[in-house]
Design a protein around this ligand. Structure first.
Ligand SMILES: Cc1cc2nc3c(=O)[nH]c(=O)nc-3n(C[C@H](O)[C@H](O)[C@H](O)COP(=O)(O)OP(=O)(O)OC[C@H]3O[C@@H](n4cnc5c(N)ncnc54)[C@H](O)[C@@H]3O)c2cc1C
Length: 504
């Protein structure tokens, strides 16, 4: 019944370059939003500036390998927003998420242990980490109480913690720097932010889902299988998808959105435009800040993003490990006595000042261990990254040094990688920023800091009537891709309701 209303409205519109809604971008946010809008009965045009769809989850092909542009693992599989989206599109659950026997291999802080996928083997893993890291035994009751509180925390309490940091949350249980380093980084890893910048409420919400859903994995067909499936659903519901169609302007007339200009020449009209580039680029580059109230512009100017990473894609002539992902830091041999909170803060201060880090954290998913079809028979694909500043921070060292540090760390953490490499493709932060079209290149453009999550997260509506934001820049909760997908769905539902209520 509700769907008829949007369809009725669209009958009044001319065909050709007029649409009910235009969506900018085909990453997780844009593809989920565009598909659900089409399902709601809107006549939808989805525009992508790149020759291939997928944004951060896009891919390229080389020597028989299918290689992710980004560096991804997916927390909740079909139990999270991806499954919700395909089910809502009437597609069932076509995405297949795969798990390896050992989902990760942790190497660093003197730890060298494989993380089993089977939860019943978890106590053995935890015991090994405690022994290898020299974890102070006297702290175990406090840490156990902390994890118990995290896992049992009700939603209203989580909301209370939204506005405070992980560091503040941990301080209730212990001030021990080693615990802050180990657990803070584990929780902060979700958002590519340190524990004194990441929201505690957001971390707790995500950690609960990580544990209860127990679905960390990777999709058959590579990361791009997810947005590609959503876009298939979009087309099934009548949406049109155009690639090589970069939006150069969002047209605003009389305080309302009127449509977009593609490549400075082609105009497409719609009373609704959804942007999935960063909020800042939407306001300053595409629409123009003159159309927004000063207070809104001031807020957008102050938005803090997460950090980002330099990346490497390495094709190997043989399999060197069977784990799903390698996570660690180089140099590996650092005892708990070497770790102080001051040192951790210094490392992040260096990052904020564009200086090289004194140790290199590495995150290296191995897609071909989940789906062997992503590499030629017998070969292996590594996709690695190491944290780096966003492009708005001037690098104090040679940009190549960031790549060299990542490769040195990676070759130490993944034995055999260097000797067996067929190719090593490296990507600077600028390269990724150019691909996704987000000026700072951040992994999450509106970072999950205490003042930017929950009720304080920028909303999907903007002060320009008909202009909406989704993806990792506005709305919802979750880790990276799942945050963007949920945001896309929430935005589509909001637009549908605004339309039903004659607000647009
Ligand atoms: C190195 C790295 C590692 C990460 N690791 C993980 C992880 O392990 N797990 C996880 O869940 N998340 C991870 N993330 C975060 C995650 O990739 C992003 O948060 C998420 O994919 C963002 O989705 P999005 O739809 O908001 O934006 P994007 O995927 O960036 O899509 C935006 C799209 O808009 C298009 N576009 C931009 N401007 C225009 C324009 N003017 N005209 C037309 N099209 C335009 C872009 O080309 C792009 O396709 C990682 C990110 C990076 C970079």
């Amino acid at each position: 019944m509700a769907e008829n209303k949007a369809s009725e409205k669209r009958e009044g519109l001319e065909s050709g370059n007029r649409y009910d809604a235009i969506v900018i971008g085909t990453g997780m946010g844009g593809s989920a939003c565009g598909a659900l809008l089409a399902k709601h009965g809107f006549k939808v045009l989805i525009l992508e500036k790149n020759p291939r769809i997928g944004g951060s989850c896009s891919y390229y092909e080389k020597d028989g390998f299918k290689i992710d542009m980004g560096t991804h693992m997916f927390i909740r599989g079909n139990k999270g927003p991806f499954g919700t989206c395909t089910r809502r599109l009437g597609m069932g659950t076509p995405l297949e998420f795969i798990r390896t026997r050992n989902i990760a291999w942790l190497r660093g802080f003197n730890v060298d242990a494989r993380v089993p996928s089977n939860v019943f083997l978890m106590p053995i893993f935890i015991g090994r980490v405690l022994v290898q890291s020299g974890f102070p035994l006297r702290l175990i009751p406090n840490v156990m109480r902390m994890f118990y509180d995290i896992l049992k925390m009700p939603p209203e309490k989580i909301e209370e913690w939204d506005g405070r940091t992980i560091e503040e949350f941990m301080a209730q249980y212990t001030e021990e720097p080693f615990v802050h380093a180990l657990i803070g980084f584990l929780l902060g890893l979700y958002f590519i932010l340190p524990p004194w910048q990441a929201s505690a409420g957001e971390s707790i919400w995500n950690f609960q889902r990580f544990v209860y859903d127990s679905s960390l994995g990777y999709p058959k067909g590579g990361a791009v299988a997810i947005p590609a499936t959503f876009l298939k659903g979009a087309e099934m519901h009548g949406a049109k998808v155009m690639t090589n169609a970069g939006v150069t302007k969002i047209m605003v007339e009389d305080g309302k959105v009127a449509g977009v200009v593609v490549k400075d020449k082609d105009k497409f009209y719609a009373p609704v435009v959804v942007s999935t580039t960063s909020l800042r680029d939407t306001v300053f580059k595409l629409a123009g800040s003159q159309y927004f109230p000063k207070s809104y512009v001031n807020r957008v100017e102050k938005i803090k993003s997460s950090f980002i990473a330099v990346q490497a894609k390495i094709g190997l002539k043989k399999k060197v490990t069977d784990v799903g992902c390698v996570c660690g830091s180089y140099p590996r041999k650092r005892s708990q006595k070497d770790i102080s909170l001051e040192e951790m803060k210094k490392i992040f201060k260096n990052l904020e000042e564009g200086k090289l880090l004194s140790y290199t954290p590495i995150y290296c998913p191995i897609p071909s261990n989940f789906d062997p079809d992503l590499a030629p028979p017998g070969r292996q694909l590594l996709t690695a990254c190491a944290v780096a500043p966003t492009t708005d921070i001037e690098l104090q060292d040679d940009p190549k040094a960031w790549i060299d540090d990542m490769l040195t760390a990676l070759y130490d953490l993944v034995p055999g990688a260097k000797e067996n490499a067929i190719f090593v493709d490296t990507f600077s932060v600028e390269a990724m920023a150019n691909w996704i079209g987000k000026t700072s290149g951040a992994a999450v453009t509106t970072g999950q800091t205490p003042d930017q999550v929950g009720v304080n997260r920028p909303g999907h509506r903007t002060p320009v009537s008909g202009l909406y934001i989704c993806g990792d820049g506005a709305g919802s909760r979750g880790v990276g891709t799942e945050l963007a997908c949920q945001s896309g769905m929430d935005c589509a539902d909001l637009i549908f309701n605004d339309w039903r209520n004659y607000l647009i």
